[in-house]
Design a protein around this ligand. Structure first.
Ligand code: C2E
Ligand code: CA
Ligand code: CA
Length: 656
């Protein structure tokens, strides 16, 4: 909160100073030219035989001074900017102060009839009119009131005093001129003060009270959920840090894994509470040294002073540590993990958004690893991030113009070699980006909510394909369903339609659901699973082994199939740890009466080992890559007409 307050004040002051320098530049341009004219006119008017020498030196020196300041300040046509406003303001104050001194000297040279104190007063009036840059007064209220009173008051007193003397001499006319100049100067100040205040950031709203200004600023830079800075606030803070020079900074992007999924399955107030708890956890190890902003659902930016590698490791370690203890939601415990990306803020990097993009790309890279993970930015990430942005921006259009197709990858029963099911895998043929992998666009579709429309489309398409008469009589297609789709109000209706269509046939649709840390916390998800069971859809627990792999998921999901993730099978049979894990999963599946499918089988030795260990079915490049529907039909045809192909692929070791 203190950081926010300081930021509000400093931002306001920064805008103000910049505006001040610009106004000085805009309005100061005419002053040297008018000054030269005024100096020559006054020197001519007040010239006497006694002061001729001194007045000539004065006017020559003054013309030179005006000309130099004009050349130095205005001829290069460089306008002040946020980096140079301090230099500009200082130069102006110097130039104007010297004009003030020169005009003050004029009173001593020319106005001999004045007494000493009158000369001093006149000197001050001239100095004040010329030397105090007007907008400065607008910034400081007492000066803005005192200055015109001082100038107008003393000028009037002098004028009254003078007008009591008979006749209108040069001195009286000069005083009249001064009085007029004072009135004009005050008027100009008022106008400039008004335009300055209204040009500080938001013109319309800033003309109201200071508290409104502060409230508006607070809203603009404050995240409503956590009370921390928001994205705009962080950008502003980073700009300030850069302008203030000093040591370098590191920007961290931190994201709580799987929070979007939670949003689709929990009420907003529960998720908001979690986001707040996370914010406090980040802030507490950060102490006062870091600036933290909440910039998106469960996404935070953290600005830290640059550290050596060891200290940075310490900071990241502290952040991970903060998530080691569980979060309690009612009676349930949730263990959260975070992904952190980091990048350095170089002094020559003037685009804050670009720095943020780098930190976010690094975070997305880190998020690919399960659990708490960290990555530092490198240039290749930017390309990937740009592609990510490209995908995100084109996805909706692609759904509307139907750029997707469904490929099918057959599942082979190990014991019999029969193929009675296939997995539907979506493919995007983008006219601009070529083939885009589901692994690249499904997570994006999940985060934008487009997965709902996309998922319904895949289900429709799979339901259409599975009814094709060219397929074997008993055939099923398994469709991947993201947990995000469970929040889709149209999903159950569609599943009911499909169940109706398939009623009385031997064709089926199965649903592959990936285990998730958060999904079973929600009543909505539980109800959805009950409906799925009621309608008779088969459920497979996908990617088993990669997440939390708990038995309770298996029972709560009412799954009838477990799909073992490819990563555990790649090194089988050589990797004994993986082999032990897989055989125990097979045993568990058997005990629970579940079917076990091994994914991503590419080699014969894997197949042999799985057969030996009584795995039920396999899916993988060893048999077939995912195929377009007509290719799948040809592939199936080939297998029935040439059974020796199956023989050659299948079992060298028969199951015991
Ligand atoms: P998944 O459900 O684990 O699907 C298996 C992935 O492994 C597929 O990648 C498949 O092409 C690939 N694969 C199969 N056999 C082999 C093999 O022998 N070797 C290797 N290297 N890879 C193999 P794909 O099609 O790129 O899909 C990736 C992921 O995208 C899927 O992983 C699934 O989670 C998701 N996905 C695909 N289609 C859909 C969909 O329609 N809806 C949803 N929600 N997710 C989908
Ligand atoms: Ca799958
Ligand atoms: Ca998988």
């Amino acid at each position: 909160m203190i950081q926010l307050k300081a930021l509000l004040l400093s931002t306001r002051a920064e805008y103000f100073r910049l505006e001040l320098a610009e106004q000085l530049f805009k309005r100061g341009r005419e002053i040297p030219l008018v000054g030269i004219l005024a100096a020559v006119t006054c020197a001519t008017l007040f010239q006497t035989s006694e002061n001729k020498g001194a007045l000539t030196i004065w006017v020559i020196a003054f013309i030179a001074l005006y000309a130099t300041s004009y050349l130095a300040l205005f001829l290069p046509r460089r306008k002040p900017n946020a980096n140079t406003y301090a230099v500009w303001t200082r130069n102006f104050i110097w130039a104007f102060a010297s004009y003030g001194v020169m005009w003050g000297v004029f009173t001593f040279i020319c106005l001999e009839s004045l007494g000493f104190w009158q000369e001093v007063a006149l000197f001050m009036i001239l100095f004040a009119i010329v030397s105090v840059p007007m907008p400065v007064l607008a910034y400081c209220l007492p000066a803005a009131i005192l200055h015109p009173i001082l100038v107008l008051g003393s000028a009037s007193v002098l004028l009254i005093q003078k007008s009591l003397e008979p006749g209108m001499n040069h001195e009286t006319s000069l005083l009249v001129m001064l009085l007029v100049a004072s009135v004009m100067s005050t008027y100009k100040q008022m106008i400039m003060a008004k335009s300055l205040v209204s040009s500080v950031d938001d013109r319309r709203r800033l003309s109201t009270s200071v508290s409104t200004i502060q409230k508006m600023k607070r809203e603009k830079y404050q995240d409503t959920v956590t009370g921390m800075l928001n994205l705009e606030g962080m950008v502003c803070h980073m700009r300030k840090a850069r302008l203030s020079g000093g040591t370098g900074y590191t920007l961290l992007s931190l994201k709580v894994d799987d929070l979007e999924q939670m949003y689709s399955t929990h009420t907003k107030s529960i998720v908001d509470r979690l986001v707040k708890v996370v914010a406090r956890r980040i802030e507490s190890p950060a102490g006062g040294a870091l600036t933290v902003a909440h910039v998106g659902l469960g996404e935070y930016l953290i600005l830290t002073p640059e550290q050596d590698a060891e200290a940075e490791e310490g900071t990241i370690g502290d952040l991970f540590q903060a998530f080691n203890h569980p979060y309690f939601s009612g009676t349930k415990q949730l263990y959260l993990t975070v992904s952190i990306g980091a990048t350095s803020l170089c002094s020559d990097e003037h685009d804050e958004s670009a720095v943020i993009s780098k930190a976010v790309s690094a975070m997305r890279e880190a998020a690919k690893d399960p659990g708490n993970s960290f990555a530092r930015y490198d240039t290749s990430m930017s390309d990937r991030f740009n592609r990510w942005m490209g995908i995100r921006s084109q996805l909706q259009h692609a759904i509307k113009s139907n750029e997707f197709t469904v490929f099918l990858q057959p599942k082979v029963e190990i014991e019999t070699g029969a193929v009675s099911s296939a997995e539907a895998l979506i493919r995007w043929q983008s006219p601009t980006m070529g083939i885009v992998n589901p692994a690249d666009f499904i997570p994006i579709a999940e985060s934008t909510g487009d997965i709902m429309a996309l998922g319904r489309w895949v289900l429709r398409e799979a339901a259409l394909l599975v009814q094709n008469p060219m397929l074997p009589d008993a055939f099923s297609i398994a469709v991947n369903v993201s947990v995000k789709q469970f929040a889709d109000p149209k999903l159950i209706g569609l599943l009911e339609e499909i169940a109706q269509e398939l009623k009385g046939t031997q064709r089926r649709i199965d649903l592959e659901i990936t285990e998730s840390a958060l999904m079973l916390e929600s009543v909505e998800v539980k109800m959805m699973l009950r409906d799925i069971e009621r309608l008779g859809f088969g459920v497979a627990l996908d990617d088993f082994g990669t997440g939390y792999s708990s038995l309770s998921y298996l029972t709560q999901l009412n799954a009838d199939t477990v799909k073992l993730d490819k990563s555990f099978l790649d090194e089988i049979p050589v990797n004994t740890k993986h082999a032990a894990f897989v055989s125990s999963v097979i045993l568990m599946a058997k005990t629970l009466g579940l079917k076990l499918v091994a994914e991503g089988v590419e080699r014969k030795d894997q197949l042999d080992w799985l057969a030996l260990n009584q795995c039920d079915a396999v899916q993988g490049y060893l048999f077939s890559r995912p195929l377009a529907f007509p290719d799948l039909l040809r592939w199936l045809e080939c297998r029935t007409t040439q059974p020796e192909v199956i023989e050659s692929q299948l079992l060298t070791v028969s199951p015991t």
